[in-house]
Ligand binder design. Structure first.
Ligand code: ADP
Ligand code: MG
Ligand code: MG
Length: 898
């Protein structure tokens, strides 16, 4: 088995479509070599070896790899005319992780590997640049100490031991930047760093290049299972089994002085999707310096640089003097980079996110990948590429991540409110959107308030979880490619970064801006589109949905095989969904209608009545309300089917539980409070979700079904009289046996006939049932003989198939997911393996007796992309989901059909 793939000098053993084996980074490094982009030579150890490592351990894996790695190193030596482990002319390499799916900042990288006290002198002599040699060495000792020797502190609040030494050194010298330290300072740093290693680990820093290399390779494998990588995988549904590849690559140096630099660049704007080349760089810097936020990164293009200066209120003179663009400082290299970025985008036909380094006037590309982007940018870029005929319809559709459309559907600031908002500070528009919330200063306290804004000097990968919880993120430091900015854009979370006016005191938990102090809990608002920070709460409003968004919906309509309906209980929700393109209602719950105003009284009267007559009297009061509700909903969905579910929850939910309300009710009904109390108590159940609910209500109290059926049919007839096309579909919930259904269906049909006779008019209507109890799925063929349609109620079906109570599962589901017992919350993502079988079987059995049986789904899963895909596979006619998920479901349905 081949475990190592080499690349360099225009040749490569791998290529772009080998991501599974080589990881994204390795596959693209190989590909770039093949298309003539300058990439330092190196090799990739496959992801399979990571799995072998986890199974067999270090010793065995080194044995398996040794010969191939040695050959690959000697290949680099030949190409670079250096020698690994040599003192005079040493080969230095980076050791980089690289999974199939990109996990920015999640894994650890080691640069300048191969240095020791002798090699550093060789490098210094060869380059004629002692400062550079020692800067590289101190960086290497720190990275190796942190990552391989495990010296990076676990706790977020603890300071990295090397940072501490560094800060002390800078303070002692009275300088602010790393670049201001002298060669002697750097030499002293290395001594102190190595002492720290010895003190903390009890071992000397390894001097052998080979020992360093194997240690680093194993550390990359280990980093696959570190907590932040684990969390990131869970957040992004990346399987643990995939493993990471390891890339070993000859170093190029951006820290060789003023003709060297390092940076990151995007072929298009990752926030807006605009087709403008952009990015950031730093002169005389290495590796992560640009994203680390230790120095203010500079813009690559002149235009970008000017825009940045305006946002930061930096004068043109200052900008030119202190923060000039690459276009100005290295115009020739800028041109070269511009050519490469265009070449890469044309080749990959998607927006690229690149890392580059300039070593003494020579450009090298170190990474390219499809860039992370906001939902808005995702949409714009795909549609722009489609318009430019770079990709076709299907490719454009598949480029979109359905869940990300969500970001486009969320509020923006009200344009009037925003004009009068008090601007506290300005930062960079790192990730667009509007957020308003209460200040928290620590990521692990993000849940302290219902709506929180995480305010940090800068963020780090440890903060991921809190960033996900917070409504928005505000940082004092860092540029457009800082950790906070990149992660926020990936999450679609509003973020303003690098707001320099912020003074944050973590200890006192205060934020000070221009002398004014804001405590934890104070309200602020962020505008991720302009970079402005406002005082207090600022009103938000609905975004407008047109242009490219409409185009995507049209494209979806072209390919989809399923309809998308909505779950809605009110005309307003129905209208919202219809505007998003919903074609009908898949679930209209009727119980919510019983809670408002006078209705709840009549409802309680009905429940507490001790005779059928008493119940009928109360139901007669409810009838006009129900009819009115249905008229509104049918009208909002005119021309489309509306599935109305009969009363479903246990009656106990409707009765008063407080003595005062019980007394009131008793008085109104002219009975003693004890009678009311006794009735309330008698309705109490141990397992209400498995108790007297669903069709069990209608089968014990047929008059309820009668009333509801009458209200539905009368409403439809009233609308017909007004010329409105109402299409009711009456749905019986929670059946387990044919008889349970049949008895309800008979009542519904008989009632409808009666109403038709009374009115001397008719309408078409359907009667069907939910399949949400396993027994119903198992006997679906019997039920289908009597039903016009099935709707899979996957919430209850999941609950009953797993035997997890939806209301109590919160106590153990998170633990189950942590421990990997479950991959997803089955109430959010349909369990295709188990529950899915029942859905599939139910559909097949149903259609075996009634081939044109209409089948849909109405659980939460109807708006979740992977579940929608499953429903398509099962051959459903429609999925139904909450109004704001409709566009997502439409796109997911189309993607499934492409
Ligand atoms: P990540 O996946 O976190 O981006 P990378 O492996 O890309 O980690 O490396 C982190 C940084 O180190 C990047 O900025 C990259 O440009 C730099 N780097 C990696 N390898 C080299 C190399 N061979 N020469 C110079 N810089 C490198
Ligand atoms: Mg990288
Ligand atoms: Mg149900």
């Amino acid at each position: 088995k081949k475990r190592v793939y080499t690349f360099g000098n225009g040749k490569a053993e791998g290529k772009a479509d080998m991501k599974n084996l080589l990881g994204g980074k390795g596959a693209n490094l190989a590909e770039m070599n093949l298309i003539g982009v300058p990439v330092p030579p190196g090799f990739t150890i496959t992801t399979e070896v990571c799995t072998e490592y986890n199974e067999l351990g270090q010793e065995k894996v080194v044995e398996l790899l040794k010969a191939e790695v040695e050959a690959a190193i000697s290949n680099i030596e030949k190409l670079t005319d250096t020698k690994f482990g040599d003192s005079n002319n040493p080969l230095l390499v980076s050791v980089r992780s690289g999974a199939r799916a990109s996990m920015p900042g999640m894994m650890d990288t080691i640069l300048n590997l191969g240095l020791n006290d002798d090699a550093v002198k060789g490098i210094a002599a060869k380059s004629g640049n002692e400062w550079f040699a020692w800067d590289s060495y101190r960086r290497f000792v720190q990275m190796y100490g942190d990552v391989v020797l495990g010296m990076k502190p676990e706790s977020k609040e603890a300071i990295d031991p090397f940072e501490l030494i560094m800060d002390e050194a800078k303070e002692a010298k009275g300088v602010e930047l790393d670049t201001e330290l002298t060669v002697d300072d750097l030499k002293e740093l290395v001594v102190k760093f190595k002492k720290a290693v010895k003190d903390q680990t009890g071992r000397d820093f390894p001097t052998s290049a080979w020992e360093q290399l194997w240690g680093a390779v194993m550390a990359v494998f280990d980093s696959w299972t570190n907590p932040r990588a684990n969390y990131y995988r869970r957040l992004n549904n990346i399987p643990d089994e995939w493993g990471t590849a390891v890339n070993v690559q000859s170093m190029v140096f951006g820290n060789m002085g003023n003709t060297s630099a390092t940076g990151v660049a995007f072929t298009r704007d990752a926030a807006t999707g605009e087709d403008v080349f952009n990015g950031e760089y730093l002169i005389n810097a290495q590796g992560e310096d640009v994203v680390a936020g230790t120095r203010t990164p500079q813009e690559i293009t002149l235009e970008g640089s000017r825009r940045w200066a305006k946002l930061q209120s930096v004068s043109e003179e200052d900008r030119k003097a202190k923060f000039p663009s690459l276009e100005e400082t290295m115009p020739e290299l800028y041109k070269e980079l511009n050519v490469v970025q265009q070449k890469l985008e044309d080749h990959y036909k998607d927006m690229q996110d690149m890392e580059f380094t300039i070593q003494s006037g020579k450009l090298w590309i170190l990474q390219t990948r499809n860039g992370k982007r906001t939902g808005a940018a995702m949409v714009k870029i795909a549609m722009d590429l489609l318009r430019d005929k770079k990709i076709d319809d299907k490719t454009a559709l598949l480029r979109l991540e359905a869940n990300k459309l969500d970001e486009l559907l969320h509020p923006v600031f009200d344009s009037v409110a925003i004009r009068s908002a008090n601007v506290l500070a300005k930062g960079l528009p790192a990730s667009p959107g509007a957020a308003t919330g209460q200040i928290v200063f620590f990521a692990d306290e993000a849940a302290k308030f219902e709506q929180s804004i995480l305010v940090r000097i800068e963020t780090s990968p440890e903060d991921l979880e809190g960033m996900n919880i917070a409504r928005g993120i505000l940082t004092a430091r860092g540029g457009m490619t800082s950790h906070a900015a990149v992660v926020a854009r990936g999450m679609g979370k509003c973020c303003v970064s690098g707001a320099g006016a912020l003074k944050i005191d973590y200890k006192a938990r205060t934020l000070t801006i221009d002398g004014k102090v804001y405590e934890e809990g104070a309200w602020i608002s962020l505008n991720g589109t302009s970079g402005e920070v406002y005082e207090g709460k600022v009103l938000t409003r609905k975004p407008d949905m047109s242009g490219d968004f409409g185009l995507i919906m049209d494209l979806s309509a072209k390919f989809t095989k399923m309809n998308v309906r909505t779950n809605a209980d009110s005309p307003k929700d129905a209208q919202v969904a219809r505007d998003f393109g919903a074609q009908g209602i898949g679930l209209c719950r009727t119980e919510h209608m019983f809670f408002e105003g006078a209705r709840i009284k009549a409802m309680r009267e009905m429940i507490l009545a001790s005779t059928t007559d008493g119940r009928k009297r109360a139901l007669a009061k409810l009838l006009p309300y129900q009819r009115e509700d249905f008229e509104g909903i049918f009208e909002a969905m005119a021309g489309y089917g509306v599935t109305v579910r009969l009363l479903d929850p246990p009656l106990h939910e409707f009765v008063p539980h407080q003595l005062a309300t019980q007394k009131e009710l008793a008085q109104e009904m002219g009975v003693s409070v004890d009678v009311v109390k006794a009735k309330v108590d008698s309705l109490e159940e141990f397992n209400p979700m498995l108790g007297h609910r669903g069709c069990r209500l209608g089968n014990t109290y047929p008059e309820i079904t009668e009333m509801q059926a009458r209200a539905i049919i009368e409403a439809a007839l009233n609308l017909k009289a007004k010329g409105v096309d109402a299409r009711p579909e009456i749905m019986v919930p929670l059946i387990g046996t044919l008889k349970e259904y049949k008895m309800q269906a008979d009542i519904i049909r008989a009632t409808a006939e009666k109403v038709f006779e009374e009115r001397g008019d008719k309408i078409d209507y359907l009667v069907g049932t939910m399949i949400e109890i396993p027994r119903a799925a198992l006997t679906a063929d019997l039920i289908a003989a009597e039903a016009d349609f099935f709707s899979f109620g996957t919430n209850d079906l999941t609950q009953m198939t797993f035997g997890y109570s939806r209301d109590d599962a919160g106590t153990f589901l998170p633990i189950y997911m942590d421990k990997g017992i479950l991959k997803h919350d089955p109430f959010q993502v349909l369990d295709q393996e188990g529950v899915g079988q029942l859905v599939q079987m139910g559909t097949q059995k149903g259609r075996s007796v009634k081939p044109d049986l209409k089948v849909g789904i109405c659980g939460e899963h109807g708006g979740e992309p992977s579940s929608v895909e499953f429903c398509h596979g099962v051959g459903m006619d429609y999925v139904s989901c909450s109004p704001y998920r409709v566009p997502i479901a439409r796109l997911a349905a189309a993607q499934a059909a492409v």
